[in-house]
Design a protein around this ligand. Structure first.
Ligand SMILES: C[S@@+](CC[C@H](N)C(=O)[O-])C[C@H]1O[C@@H](n2cnc3c(N)ncnc32)[C@H](O)[C@@H]1O
Length: 207
């Protein structure tokens, strides 16, 4: 079962399934502003998403804190305190749960967006995992304690959503399948239909 929530008067967004090759592209395709638009990919990893967005016509700045990921099209920078001209959208794809200082990252994100710009968060909420999910992940029974230990250092989905909500108006929040994407196994979907978390938010107007 897929659950979809919304915190505003806008209709909830029905998030479609992600293809095994496409990652969260359905989500980004559905929520990014139309081109031309400036997009910041925060915590871009190998830059694959940034490349896909560039292929769609977006002007993308892709940053990652890990110097080992430097390559053309990827800048090495910390999202916390990152300064640049305003963006139409800032995207975090499976990266915000890794960022050490959640509040600083989201303060920076808000400062980087035009009024009316968007934060897109394609994440997962490790605390939603149950025995079935953990056992599937490790292919072994009784794996939930191991799952919890593995993810202990990462921000929970709840913490990320609360931190976003303190600074942004959340226009859509959906819990969706995630693990099939990590395991590249579509058959996992039914067992983990709510692990993924997709959030669209806009900066709150100044008080
Ligand atoms: C799980 S990877 C996700 C990579 C990519 N976005 C994806 O969807 O495959 C998380 C990335 O976030 C990066 N990261 C963590 N903290 C960061 C920060 N403060 N600023 C920028 N990048 C950060 C890590 O270096 C890592 O490459």
């Amino acid at each position: 079962m897929r659950r979809t929530y919304t915190s505003s008067a806008q209709p909830a967004v029905v998030v479609m399934a992600r293809g095994p090759q496409g990652g969260g592209m359905d989500f980004f395709d559905g929520h990014l502003p139309a081109c031309p638009a400036r997009v910041l990919d925060a915590g871009c990893g190998d830059g694959a998403l940034a490349d896909r967005l560039r292929a769609r016509g977006y002007e993308v700045t892709a940053i990652d804190i890990d110097p080992a990921l430097a390559r053309p099209g990827v800048r090495i920078a910390d999202i916390c305190g990152f300064r640049d001209a305003p963006y139409d959208a800032v995207v975090f794809s499976l990266s915000l749960h890794h960022v050490a200082d959640l509040d600083s990252a989201l303060d920076t994100t808000r400062s980087l967006l035009w009024p009316g710009g968007r934060l897109l968060l394609d994440e997962f909420a490790h605390e939603y995992a149950d025995d079935a999910i953990a056992d599937r992940f490790y292919a072994a029974p009784g794996s939930l304690p191991r799952w919890k230990e593995r993810h202990r250092e990462y921000h929970t989905g709840t913490a990320m959503v609360e931190a976003v909500a303190r600074r942004f108006a959340i226009t859509s929040l959906a819990r969706v399948p995630y693990l099939h994407r990590y395991l590249e196994d579509e058959s996992v979907r039914d067992a983990e239909s709510v692990l993924g978390l997709q959030v669209v938010a806009e900066p709150r107007p100044p008080a």
